[in-house]
Design a protein around this ligand. Structure first.
Ligand code: MLT
Length: 211
């Protein structure tokens, strides 16, 4: 029997049936986004894996060849590995697999976007801070029952507004319900957009089971 896919991770049980899948940025780890997840939704369970790739000692979720240039083969492999980990963790922690919301920042937002495009069954919703188009899928996923909130910085030197727009267009073509918010910011997060994302999550209410 093959062992269940595993990642070093932190799991915090919640009091609702929603789980936030927390995906850190380059150089982060499984602890970084826990306080952030608690702030976004104090009742949700939190599942927070550490990216397995090391770039000069900094954890990431997939390899890149240069800034913004991704190793697409590795990205595909790592996306499936992460999806399989989420399924295994859902069984282990008795998580409702139909109510998982990805919350990703930067490199974590990029692998969350890749999950949406390659393994659309894994996520019911996603909050993506500073995300790019990770890849173009061979066939378009059906994201018609997925809600996505994207937070972008007007002056982000890594993700220009045109790249954010390309991602929004791609996700909308797949049928997703996408909300986009530009903030007067660079690549770093601001309090105001965290509050806006929290409000959006509250408005989403209890998540219906996906069709
Ligand atoms: C990435 O490599 O995913 C993006 O360039 C964001 C980053 O991690 O700097």
């Amino acid at each position: 029997m093959r062992p269940a896919p595993d990642f070093i991770h932190e799991f915090v049980p919640g009091t609702s049936d929603r789980t936030l899948l927390l995906l850190h940025g380059t150089g982060g780890n499984e602890h970084d986004l826990i306080p952030f997840g608690k702030e976004l939704d104090p009742s949700a369970a939190l599942l927070s894996p550490r990216g397995k790739i090391l770039e000069n000692g900094m954890p990431r979720f997939f390899r890149r060849l240069a800034e913004g240039v991704f190793d697409l083969e590795d990205l595909r492999t790592r996306t499936h590995e992460l999806a399989d980990f989420v399924i295994a963790a859902a069984e282990r922690y008795k998580i409702d697999i139909s109510k998982i919301v990805a919350v990703g920042y930067s490199n974590g937002a990029n692998i969350a976007a890749s999950l949406l495009l390659l393994r659309p069954e894994i996520l019911r919703a996603a909050i993506l801070f500073r995300a790019m188009v990770p890849l173009i899928p061979d066939s378009m996923p059906d994201l018609s029952s997925v809600d996505i909130w994207i937070g972008a910085g007007d002056h982000d030197p890594i993700v220009p507004p045109s790249e954010t727009q390309r991602l929004v267009d791609l996700l909308r073509r797949a049928g997703a319900n996408v909300t986009i918010r530009f903030t007067n910011a660079t690549h770093g997060l601001t309090d105001v957009e965290v509050r806006t994302a929290k409000h959006w999550l509250e408005e989403l209410g209890p998540l219906g089971t996906r069709q």
